[in-house]
Design a binder for this molecule. Sequence first.
Ligand code: GEK
Length: 253
Amino acid sequence: MTKRQPPRPPEQLTDRLFATERQPEDFRFDASVARVFPDMIRRSVPGYTTIIPMIEVITEQYVQPGSNCYDLGCSLGASTLAMRHGIAHEDCALIGVDNSAAMIERCEHYIALDDHPLPVTLRCEDIRMTELDNASVTTLNFTLQFVAPEQRNALLARIAAVTRPGGVLILSEKLHFEDDGEEAIQTRLHHEFKRANGYSDLEISQKRSAIEQVLIPETLASHQARLREAGFDQVLVWYQCFNFVSMLAIKAP
Ligand code: GEK
């Protein structure tokens, strides 16, 4: 009798996408990025490996029975799985949304490998259009920065409108600083973090050019003002490392 092999995670590669000289081209979340994504985000985003488990802790605190939880821009589901493990109510729905088919396809494997009983619905959709309703916890973990700035207000207002009293939005973003001196220091520290994680100067500069027009960072003050305008009653920073921040926007109970 042949022994059944346990399911294996999809093959994960080291991120070498920008290691050799390449033609300038805007960054896209395609299959080549999806294949290296866990390595890429861990080595590129300071604090990512702390933020993910804290999303579980925050979800646990704010999830409400009979509500929906959304992970908008779920990629391979790291934040989705953290939310899943923070939800103790069987009658909650957890929905992950990403408009990259390559990400969603791989995400399905990671969700299937996780043994938590709460079902996860994955939607290959644009977060600007996806249906939202009856939310207690919504996560935008480094996703809003990829939405055009002029479209951010409408999305956040829609999230705030469907968030129940006492519910929250977890918003993680790369920051821009008003003060040029601070911008220069925080950027240098971020690049040092990448160097310490094995990225070369060529990789850092090519990635920077590729992402420049695609990822538009804003100041902390703009985020805080927008979240309040959107309808959240309290906005606080629960984590910051260099130019990367995570905020908690709360609807009053
Ligand atoms: C994590 N949250 O591991 N609609 C849907 N998806 C989008 C859109 C859009 N309009 N724009 C971008 N995305 C994850 C990490 S990554 C962050 C999130 C990063 C998706 C895009 O396809 C990608 O998968 C994700 O947002 C951003 O916690 O790569 O820095």
